[in-house]
Write a new protein. Sequence first.
Length: 370
Amino acid sequence: MNTTPTAPTSSRTDSGWRSSPITVVAESAYPEITAAPRVRVVEMGAHLQSHGVEIDFRPSISNDEYALISRRGFSPAKTVALLRSAARATRSERNFGALTLVHRLRSLVPWPRDDRPLDVYDFDDALYLGSGSSRQRRLGALKLEARRCINHMSSARLVLAGNHVLADAARQHAKRIEVVPSCVDPALQALREHRDVEVLTLGWIGSATTSSYLRPLLAVIGELHARGWPIRLVLMGASGLIRAPWIEHRPWSLSAERRMLTEVDVGLMPLPDDPWARGKCGYKLLRYFSAGVPAIASPVGVNTELIKGGGGLSASSPADWSAAIAELAGDALTRREIGKRARRFVEREYSYQAWAPRVAALFKELAGGR
């Protein structure tokens, strides 16, 4: 099985591949408002159209329903939303001649017919381990994510894994594996104009669930601030429980994220070195790089190769983080040069423009091999 990030480049006539567009019915338990399906299905789909592939995205839950069930606490309305989403996944109609793709899971809760055969399974987190956060793990007995992920791997003709760590884990279950990284569209992202600043702006993009990764780093930044370093930390999408005079919270939206990245001097991606974090696809780093923003990241999983190829510094210990922030703080020229290199890196290696032709070729090969 091939786990390198390549795809077939040969072409075939109508006797093999089809001249008319191929339709891929993409099912997911997660709506477009969440990062993973937006990045790996919806935005990739927009770039696949010019290569003869149409993505028909069918989330089993709406944006509003997902926002409801993501709130803390129990309510009857949450139960109703979950049952409706599972019913939608069960009733999802098959398109004759279309390929079937499942992104992560078909529904948030198990349901009959959840193990229907499929052509493509796409995943970008270590779901085979179960849920990542402690809050989500409490629902593990209900969601059965690990078992369902493995079932999808086993039944799919092709598994698309977001990185080599995930591909290696899938190897014992899947018939065929291809590595397709999560991508960005640098053409849509304005560049940060690096210059000498009175206050260094550190930035982080995430969610309330992943905010816990920040906590060891907050002490480092707090100490630098106490020693007189002019630093502020802009958090987008983080838990409101994280507070300090030098922290600025912003709600997430895609347009707000793009604006925020043009204001950040250094992007941050701390991670614990555990099996779940090693399966992460480094999307934060790719977003920073697309704006020409250098980054500091924990050398965990794919982060190591992204920092090496893109732009920034690795940091493991509090002393490493302190030194890395200090190194980038006082040198706008260094930040500018690292940022330029990072932008070129994502354009070449992690952009939709680079990957859409390869993904389209994979789908066409599957359609022609039926």
